[in-house]
Design a protein around this ligand. Structure first.
Ligand SMILES: [Zn+2]
Length: 371
């Protein structure tokens, strides 16, 4: 009975968090920027993490984290870098997420090293929060979650979560990740840059329920940089050169992520302004010329020298238009010219931003007394 109660609590908590954060995402009006990153070197202090003859996980991940910080600070001085630990100290998992939330971080990266009873597995993988697809992925999360047993108040801090219970692990990993898209985007980039490093084997992007990622309110991921239990990985992870290469790959991924997210935000903002001015107020006739997933800059040279070009985003698709007038006769005249360049073009109408039929539009035009 108590167990069921605990599970229900976890589900409720999960839902509340999901709704809180799902609707607390990027504001449409302000330009989104990746300004603050939290680097979380796993383990520390009394918790050494994975151990092998080559070294300790806690030392490896701290070295990588500090090198990553240096790369970011040197190359992207406008980014605020926060470490959950910058020395060999124990930090509770919940506190790591709290540091990220309190600093309103835009990205959270937890750095770890993997280990296995067998010395043969090697390679790097990046996790985002979600339900594991294989027992092996679950095992990685369970291993990283075990540390809460060393925390004094763990039952309270993690809503009764028992890291040894398989059932608990499953329920908890069903947690909906409001930032899944961005988390996956960054995870893909990390693996992409790892692939370019010939010393690392790409094990891909995976999902599992990591407690440290549970309550972070921003795109978050956990990197398992390599297997400290494997001879090649173990030596690489514990060497200064290996740590440096891993930090560099994560840095390159971060720089690319930041550029992508920010240019997308600028583009979205521009598009919004364009459509706000031209389509969202009153009755508008226009000519739809193209629907594509390609983002074409609204420059006359891209549109047969037409200057009054507009675009509107519909999910993955972008629709391109020429002309924006409130008079049907005017758009008909324009259409005759546009049709010469875009043979599939057709006239469309919007009323306060909403697409309506031409018949409806003409009715509205008539009512307004223009015709
Ligand atoms: Zn770890």
């Amino acid at each position: 009975m108590l167990k069921i109660q605990v599970n229900i609590n976890i589900i409720l908590f999960t839902l509340i968090f999901y709704f809180l954060y799902a609707f607390n995402g990027f504001s449409q009006d302000e330009l989104y920027r990746v300004n603050t990153i939290v680097i979380d070197p796993g383990h520390g202090g009394k918790d050494p993490g994975a151990l092998s003859q080559y070294g300790k996980e806690k030392d490896v991940v701290l070295a990588i984290g500090l090198k990553l910080r240096k790369y970011i600070e040197d190359s992207l001085p406008d980014v605020n870098v926060i470490m959950t630990r910058n020395k060999d100290v124990f930090v509770e998992l919940y506190r790591r997420a709290k540091i990220a939330n309190e600093n309103k971080a835009d990205l959270f990266i937890s750095i770890h090293a993997n280990s296995n009873k067998s010395s043969s597995p090697r390679g790097s993988e990046t996790y985002v929060m979600g339900l594991h697809k294989t027992e092996a992925n679950l095992a990685v999360a369970k291993k990283e979650n075990q540390v809460i047993l060393q925390e004094s108040n763990y039952q309270q801090e993690y809503d009764g979560f028992d890291p040894n219970s398989p059932e608990g692990n499953i329920i908890f990993s069903l947690y909906q990740n409001a930032y899944l898209t961005q988390s996956l985007q960054m995870a893909d980039l990390i693996q992409k840059h790892f692939r370019r490093n010939r010393m690392l084997i790409d094990r891909g992007v995976k999902q599992a329920g990591f407690l440290v990622l549970w309550k972070t309110a921003m795109p978050s991921l956990l990197v398992e940089a390599g297997f400290i239990s494997n001879k090649i990985d173990g030596k690489y992870l514990t060497s200064s050169q290996g740590q440096d290469s891993i930090a560099l790959a994560i840095f390159q991924a971060f720089r690319e992520y930041k550029n992508t997210i920010e240019s997308q935000a600028i583009e979205d903002n521009k598009q919004q302004k364009e459509t706000k001015v031209n389509f969202n107020k009153g009755l508008i006739f226009s000519i739809q010329i193209l629907t594509t997933k390609k983002n074409i800059p609204l420059q006359p040279e891209n549109f047969h020298k037409f200057t009054d070009i507009y675009k509107k985003k519909y999910n993955d698709w972008i629709k391109y238009y020429i002309g924006a007038v409130s008079d049907f006769d005017a758009i008909t005249d324009k259409y005759k010219i546009v049709k010469k360049y875009y043979k599939d073009a057709f006239v469309v109408a919007f009323n306060n931003g909403e697409k309506i039929s031409i018949r409806e539009a003409k009715k509205i035009e008539k009512k307004s007394g223009k015709k």
